[in-house]
Design a protein around this ligand. Structure first.
Ligand SMILES: [Zn+2]
Ligand SMILES: [Zn+2]
Length: 282
């Protein structure tokens, strides 16, 4: 089972892979550019070479990418929506260049426009991006969200609709974030509860769409709509939920990455990975 964590790209994208290796990751997630800025320098051929070499040397695979938090494909504001669309296109192209198979994004916030309008904006944006970027080697993963504020994607129905209404549903998949799903009201605390949540996922979206998992415990309670990540076993989901997850015959085959709080020495990642590995029943 590929287990890992989100890694910083400070000093270049290849460094994220080396950092991941040193923390004991088998898979990692990265931002392919500074996540707090709109603009990015194009990737230099040398950077891409170093990235591939680091991947070969460490065996870290697969590598996931997450889009910048500035992007809001659901925005009713024409300027922000255009800007988001262009930035999303750049991120997708960077993944193609780096041969990263999955790009994860949040559907976005509709602000005051309402969920209907917001979901339609996202579909319009994704259709436009897929038209601009013809290379289909990167699958775009819609992340389950906590539903803070006017955020979309907190219900499996939202995600199913985004896939069904796209002109290219085969280019879309799902990333299941445990903290977000729990905060959105999907119980994961016991094997029975987790099983019911997965059945609902399968019925609404389809299990085959699930391509990656974000491993986060939750500071907020069930249905709190709070997007606050906690260390594994220290939050409101608890160890039993994660034990079920890492031993699930289908889920355990998927890349799973931590997005829990940490300092520069990454000791928290090392600890969380040790906790998760201790839960695996051989
Ligand atoms: Zn995310
Ligand atoms: Zn996440």
């Amino acid at each position: 089972m590929p287990l890992g964590a989100h890694m910083s790209i400070a000093g270049g994208v290849a460094n994220a892979i080396l950092r991941g290796k040193s923390a004991g990751c088998e898979t990692i997630q990265i931002f392919t550019k500074n996540s707090n800025r709109w603009r990015a320098k194009p990737l230099a051929p040398r950077e891409i070479e170093l990235f591939q070499a680091a991947r070969r040397e460490t065996g870290i695979d697969p590598i996931l990418a997450h889009t910048s938090y500035l992007i809001n494909l659901a925005s009713p504001d024409e300027d922000l929506w255009e800007k988001s669309l262009n930035a999303f296109q750049v991120e997708l192209e960077r993944c193609v260049s780096l041969r990263i198979p999955y790009l994860i994004f949040h559907p976005g916030a509709h602000s005051s426009a309402g969920e209907e309008v917001g979901l339609n904006r996202v579909t319009q944006a994704l259709n436009e991006v897929f038209e601009r970027v013809e290379d289909t080697s990167v699958t775009v993963l819609i992340e389950t969200t906590a539903g803070q504020g006017t955020g979309l994607g907190y219900s499996f129905e939202h995600i199913a609709r985004l896939i069904e209404e796209n002109f290219h549903p085969e280019r879309l998949g799902v990333c299941f974030d445990t903290c977000h799903a729990f905060a959105a009201g999907y119980d994961l605390r016991t094997p029975d509860a987790f099983e019911r949540t997965l059945e609902e996922f399968d019925k609404t979206i389809g299990f085959d769409r699930l391509k990656a998992v974000h491993l986060n415990d939750s500071k907020g309670g069930l249905g709190s709509r709070l997007d606050r990540h906690e260390h594994i076993g220290m939050g409101r989901i608890g160890l039993e939920g994660f034990r079920f997850l890492v031993n699930h015959p289908q889920l355990r085959l998927l890349p799973m990455v931590l997005e829990t709080p940490k300092g520069p020495d990454m000791k928290e990642d090392v600890e969380n990975l040790a906790v998760l590995r201790s839960l695996i029943e051989e």
